[in-house]
Write a protein that binds this ligand. Structure first.
Ligand code: NIG
Ligand code: FE
Length: 413
């Protein structure tokens, strides 16, 4: 049996096995001078050091002295596009000169240029790169990551991307948890320009039967001039009928009613929501759809941040994620995500911690097994360098993680 005893930590965690909503998001349990006892990757007991001797563990298991540092649940990055070919630095420089994300996309750049690159790269090349990004995430305390396809937009390349995501999950099974999402509805590929309905037919009739067992989630870029509400509804219904759980890129560039559609369809999450309507905020809260907010994307696109405060005050559940991708947001920075959420989105650090742990877990349907430090959950933990959670937003954009622990094993130290 594999045993680990973490001693003298400041344990800080949300509690529960579901997404935390509204005010609950700000309630963290804090235990000073605590211990965490782990067996075979699962948290068995937590408590105060004063009570640890009674357990009779001294000498029978490995011990890790946290020296008063904060221990948090491992971060869950519940929205990334970390499998992709090529890079788009030139587009980034055009945007700095005033070009917009959508105008570049409409000229055949944007997502389509990554599609061109992804189609020609081998699965091995894509996997090597995905691992490089996953390693950077682990250094920042990420213990679970969601990975999307969506740069194939033809059946063979979408399958190749899912193969890469599943290979990452398998090869890194002892380092990081992976949730796989099919995003064949990321854009209308150039072969189908002006024929969106036919591309939707291809997704429904050809792709869905092949991908439904290779991905847990179906995601879609619901956006003006991409997949509008009617196309989105048709695709989401077909995916739901095929047994997939649903996610949406919603109200990212313009207000289209993506949040309302997410609520109507019973999606697990709706993501981005920079331009969500008040009605959308309410409907999502009522329907229990997790609002996954991606402040790095708003920052990179110079767009207004999503109204996190309004969502929490409406008793909604908010998650935070990075959106790491080669276009709208080429960053996977957890530290900067934390700083932006606290500085620009009026979220408290307690709410941010809930958003990056238990609510991120809920956004990928895993809140019953990860996302908090409680007995019976996976021992996915982050030891900070400091003894105070307020250091996280204060040390702006800098990595505060000392050690990442995945299923009871030290991954980064
Ligand atoms: O989450 N908006 C659509 N998808 C991504 C961007 C993908 C890209 O630019 O390559 C997003 O922002
Ligand atoms: Fe995205």
């Amino acid at each position: 049996m594999n045993r680990l005893l973490i001693t003298h930590c400041k344990l800080v965690t949300p509690l529960g096995r579901n997404a935390l909503k509204g005010r609950e998001m700000g309630n963290l349990l804090t235990v000073e001078d605590a211990f965490i006892y782990i067996e075979d990757g699962i948290i068995k007991v937590t408590g105060r050091m004063a009570d640890v001797e009674a357990l009779g563990l001294a000498g029978v298991c490995d011990a890790l002295d946290a020296k008063g540092r904060v221990v948090l649940p491992g971060f869950v990055d519940s929205h990334t596009h970390l499998v992709f070919g090529g890079y788009r630095p030139d587009e980034f420089s055009w945007r700095l000169k005033g070009d917009t994300y959508m105008s570049i996309m409409e000229r055949g750049g944007g997502i389509q240029s990554t599609v061109n690159a992804t189609r020609v790269e081998s699965a091995e090349q894509l996997l090597e790169k995905a691992k490089w990004f996953a390693d950077r995430m682990i250094e920042m305390g990420v213990t679970t990551v969601e990975v999307k396809s969506g740069y194939g937009l033809d059946t063979a390349t979408e399958l190749k991307m899912l193969e890469v995501a599943n290979a990452l999950k398998q090869d890194y099974a002892d380092r990081i948890g992976v949730a796989v999402t099919f995003l064949g509805a990321h854009a209308v590929p150039k072969e189908y320009a002006g024929r969106t309905a036919q591309y939707c037919d291809l997704i429904i009739n050809e792709m869905l039967p092949l991908v439904k067992d290779k991905a847990e989630y179906f995601d879609i870029f619901t956006e003006k001039n991409v997949f509008e509400i009617e196309d989105s509804r048709r695709l989401l219904k077909a995916a739901r009928d095929a047994g997939m759980k649903l996610k949406l890129h919603a109200d990212e560039i313009v207000q289209l009613g993506g949040a309302e559609l997410a609520a109507e369809m019973g999606a697990v999450s709706a993501d981005h929501l920079l331009h969500v309507s008040d009605q959308g905020v309410r409907r999502m809260a009522e329907a229990g759809v997790v609002a996954t907010l991606l402040p790095l994307t708003a920052f990179a696109l110079k767009e207004p941040y999503a109204p996190a405060r309004k969502m929490i005050d409406a008793d909604g559940a908010v998650a935070l994620a990075t959106d790491l991708n080669p276009g709208s947001c080429f960053s996977g920075s957890i530290p900067l995500t934390i700083a932006l959420a606290c500085i620009y989105m009026q979220m408290s650090i307690e709410e941010v911690i809930s958003a990056l742990t238990i609510n991120g877990a809920a956004a990928i349907g895993r809140a019953d097994s990860i996302g908090s430090i409680e007995s019976g959950k996976e021992a996915n933990l982050v030891l900070l360098e400091f003894d105070n959670i307020n250091m996280l937003p204060y040390y702006i954009g800098m990595n505060c993680v000392n050690t990442t622990i995945y299923k009871g094993h030290v991954i980064k130290k």
